[in-house]
Design a protein around this ligand. Structure first.
Ligand code: PEP
Ligand code: MG
Length: 581
């Protein structure tokens, strides 16, 4: 039995059999399979070899067309290696003698092979790069197979991986995947956000869970509420966690009673609780959990889920689905926020050295006008069906906002000329998620209809802490006084200019922050759908007077630790159940 502590990012307890997904970019740990499964591993390898051969032949054909026959010869070595009977025998022997996975056999055999080349004359030593190339390709096809198999499972499993992209997480079989545990990742990484959206318990930032979770039919416990993972638990531990899972289920069910009740404080202040969504299907969860509408629709998942760019009609259909499911409730559609951790650099045409500070979000849209216009057209057309608002992400200066608004006007004129039904004057807001926007909120307030504070990025850019990096996860906190000062200023500016302010970062769904945010004057929260009942419970248990006192106390502290401890203590006193007590 091995216990590990990481960052709990999606609550709940999962107990299931492990499926480990290796990653070709990282060391492949020695992982065993049962004797009966060894042949299956050899078959998988054969399949990966065939796919790799097809890919290389295709690459070779295209190279001949573009550069010529001579250049295309470099692929002969790759093809020869894949066809090498002696090499295949080595893979075969490694798998059967040690009962290891095909991935492990490929990595060990090819690395040993590459070493042999290193001791040869210079012109042959160059071949090492080709061997590594083949290793990567084979591993990618092998791990691709295992990822693919996650989309149609016939039994319940928990996935253990180095890391997962948001679209891999989104593409998983929701019925059978009961939990996720990863080496990498932080609390607000998009993989974490998607796991929460799907209601799958998840723990990230475990560093080496992929090495710990070896063995064939192994059970794992993933406690996403406490950030704990137990590999191969003993009977007592299993019973203990089965009991915890039952208690958590009871708590979640006890919150169902709040569904139809308003989010109103004990002294009568009405609070708007919206849900964040990534996929149209999530609207039902928001409504079932008692949300008032959609406070953030992350439309980039339309792009991430497909290999090609969505057409205007794809956008339009998705938006109409969300709008219809919401009835007369508000829907805030955020324009494309592509880049950084949502779009792996390996997929990018020109990989960036520093993608979080690169051409992402609104910057990408303003440089790819046809893509941006297609989306804006679809939003304007869909808005005739409901209460729609448009939100621009990662705005850092007024020029970006003005350019984006001018594109909206252009698109509206085009639609008018084409005689297509649309709403030209829908409310437009910006995400406040970089310090420059927060500090210039007064200037922005004159040109927008609303603000939405995105604390996931605001924390990242204020504290210089990558939101998805487990090595700096302990530094990532919205309780830092500098972050809180920015949040307070944006809310204050909004009130002063009568510009509604909502907050849609992950802290909107974290009960630790609810009292403080109310005390800072926030009245609109948009959070992951599963957190809506809990936040409603906190709102209904307190008074605005109490929240003002909490905000006053917090302003006296200088460190995030003092603030977090204080917030947990006051919230726990009022409503202990929210921390699983
Ligand atoms: C944020 O940054 O807080 C936010 C809500 O946007 P995203 O998490 O999609 O970057
Ligand atoms: Mg953001």
């Amino acid at each position: 039995m091995i216990r590990k502590t990481g960052i709990g990012v999606s609550p709940g307890v999962a107990i299931a059999q492990v499926v480990v997904i290796d990653n070709e970019e990282f060391d492949i740990p020695e992982r065993h399979v049962s004797v009966d499964h060894a042949q299956g591993e050899i078959d998988r390898l054969k399949e990966a070899i065939v796919v790799s051969q097809e890919e290389i032949l295709d690459l070779q054909r295209r190279t001949v067309e573009r550069i010529g026959t001579e250049a295309a010869r470099i692929f002969d070595f790759h093809l020869g290696l894949l066809d090498d009977k002696v090499l295949f025998q080595k893979f075969n022997d490694t798998i059967t003698s040690g009962n290891v996975t095909a991935e492990y056999a490929v990595a060990t055999v090819l690395r040993a092979y590459a070493k042999e080349f290193l001791s040869m004359p210079q012109y042959l030593a160059e071949r090492v790069k080709d061997v590594y190339d083949i290793e990567k390709r084979l591993l990618r096809n092998l791990t691709g197979q295992s990822r693919q198999s996650l989309s149609h499972l016939d039994r319940d499993v928990a996935v253990v991986a180095h890391d997962m992209t948001p679209s891999q997480t989104a593409g998983m079989d929701r019925e059978h995947i009961k939990g996720i545990a990863t080496d990498a990742g932080g609390a607000t990484s998009h993989t974490a956000i998607v796991a929460r959206a799907l209601g799958i318990p998840a723990v990230v930032g475990l560093n080496d869970i992929t090495a710990a979770a070896t063995g064939g039919e192994m059970t794992i416990i993933i406690d996403g509420t406490r950030g704990q993972v137990i590999v191969d638990p003993d009977q007592d531990t299993l019973r203990e966690f089965e009991q915890i899972a039952r208690q958590q289920d009871e708590f979640v069910h006890s919150l169902d009673a709040l569904r139809k009740l308003p989010a109103i404080t004990k002294d009568g202040h009405e609070i708007s609780l919206f849900g964040n969504i990534e996929f149209p299907e999530e609207v039902d969860t928001v409504m079932n959990k008692g949300g008032y509408g959609i406070g953030l629709y992350r439309t980039e998942f339309l792009f991430l889920g497909a290999d090609t760019e969505p057409s205007e009609e794809d956008h339009y259909r998705a938006y109409c689905k969300v709008i219809k499911a919401c009835g007369d409730k508000p829907v805030i559609i955020r324009t494309l926020d592509l880049g950084a951790d949502k779009y792996t650099q390996s997929r990018a045409r020109n990989p960036e050295r520093n993608p979080f500070l690169g051409c992402r979000s609104i910057r990408f849209c303003l440089r790819n006008i046809p893509i941006f216009k297609r989306q804006i057209r679809a939003i304007l057309r869909a808005s005739v069906h409901g209460d729609v608002q448009m939100l621009f992400p990662l705005v850092t200066n007024l020029t970006e906002l003005r350019q984006a608004k001018s594109l909206v006007r252009d698109v509206a004129e085009d639609l008018e000329e084409e005689g297509l039904a649309h709403r030209p004057d829908l409310p437009i807001g910006i995400m406040v998620e970089v310090p420059s926007a927060a500090l210039q909120a007064d200037a922005f307030a004159k040109e927008v209809d609303f603000f939405s504070i995105g604390t996931n990025d605001l924390v990242q850019y204020t504290l210089a802490v990558d939101r998805g990096n487990e090595n700096v996860a302990s530094l990532f906190t919205a309780a830092h006084p500098a972050v809180l000062r920015l949040i307070r200023e944006v809310i204050r500016t909004g009130l002063q200019h009568e510009v509604p302010v909502s907050l849609c970062g992950e802290i909107a769904g974290d009960p630790t922050y609810t009292l403080l945010l109310l005390g800072l004057g926030l009245r609109r929260f948009s959070c992951t759908p599963s957190a809506i009942p809990e936040i409603k419970k906190v709102v209904r248990s307190i008074t605005i007077q109490q929240s003002l006192e909490v905000a006053r106390q917090v302003s006296r502290f200088d460190t995030d630790q003092e603030i977090t401890n204080y917030l947990r203590t006051v919230t726990r006193k009022i409503i202990p159940e929210v921390f699983g007590d």
